[in-house]
Design a protein around this ligand. Sequence first.
Ligand code: FES
Length: 105
Amino acid sequence: MSTIQVGTLADIPEGTGRAFDVAGRRVAVFRAEGQLYAIDDTCSHAEASLSQGEFDPDELCVECPLHGSLFDVRSGLPRTLPAFEPIATYRVYSEADAVFVEYHD
Ligand code: FES
């Protein structure tokens, strides 16, 4: 397990998400009510960037911008079709203002 700093809290304003490069993959980090959540940025249905979708910080889900599946940012599970496979989640945390993501090498 490795850890990488992806950015700072200023990069992820409250109620938004943003994708970062993490060891060759794209990881989307979302921020809601001071909590951070990290999932694969690529939808499990086709090539779409979930960080470009609409994030609902109350429901803690993001809508895929291509076909509209909703993904839970806590579990990576799709809540609606057409996607039906989960996407990976990552441990994410902040120290001071720095944001870190853990990943498997
Ligand atoms: S690419 Fe995400 S639902 Fe189709």
